[in-house]
Design a protein around this ligand. Sequence first.
Ligand SMILES: C[S@@+](CC[C@H](N)C(=O)[O-])C[C@H]1O[C@@H](n2cnc3c(N)ncnc32)[C@H](O)[C@@H]1O
Length: 266
Amino acid sequence: MGNVASYEKKIAEKTGDYTGKITENERKMVMRLRNVKGAREALEENSYVIEAPEACRGKWREVFGNENPLYIEIGMGKGQFLLELAKRHPQINYIGIEMYASVLVRAVQKAEGADPGEGVRAIVPSEHKNRQELLFPNVRFLNMQAEYLENAFQPGEVDRIYLNFSDPWPKARHWKRRLTSTVFLGRYEKILKEGGILEFKTDNRDLFEFSLDSVKEAGWKLAASTFDLHHDPALCEGNVMTEYEQKFSSRGQAICKLVAQNSRAC
Ligand SMILES: C[S@@+](CC[C@H](N)C(=O)[O-])C[C@H]1O[C@@H](n2cnc3c(N)ncnc32)[C@H](O)[C@@H]1O
């Protein structure tokens, strides 16, 4: 489940030497395997992708050209969730953050209305360079790790953060890497506005229980939670499915969701 398992599978396929453990070198190797040819170049030329997010810190409203609220998704993957939200809520600005160029490029292609599907590997450089009118004017993407959020957003600049099906990092010693650890909640608190919201969905019950504990330990207010989102009429209202959510729920797995409000509101 999640990326750790897929790293392991890819390493097993590549080396035929599956150990069940992922070292830093193995992880880097998989990152190289995941590098879709031309992905970085395609991102560099694309109007949706902000190359130097630190230059936009504190100026995101200028980038979008309006005063609308700013919602971000961390670990966006291929962008299905973010783009559907952006379509439904043109009065909200959305930034999708994804650490892998080879994954982010799929979201860019979707935003350009050219979803190539899983099988297509070639990257066509953007036709939208310098284009004034984007299909999704309320969307931008950052090719960045969540660890560096504070370089991209100034305190209080973000209204809402979405985390969907974040990597579980199942080993106890890796708890700080989980995007719902108290370490990350501390980072989110620095960029969220007073009373800002964090929404988190996962199929992984262990990660979810860990996240509920983190929220409590960090002093955030738990506004809502469920261990079975799709059978919770109140929380499921207006739910937008992510790629992973579709995959897991089609296998009959329950989806957990929590909504937390950052402690400065309490
Ligand atoms: C399991 S996938 C889920 C994708 C999508 N959110 C969904 O629900 O379909 C997790 C994604 O988060 C990205 N990711 C993991 N850790 C990250 C980090 N620290 N910063 C940015 N992206 C990260 C991974 O590259 C991957 O694309």
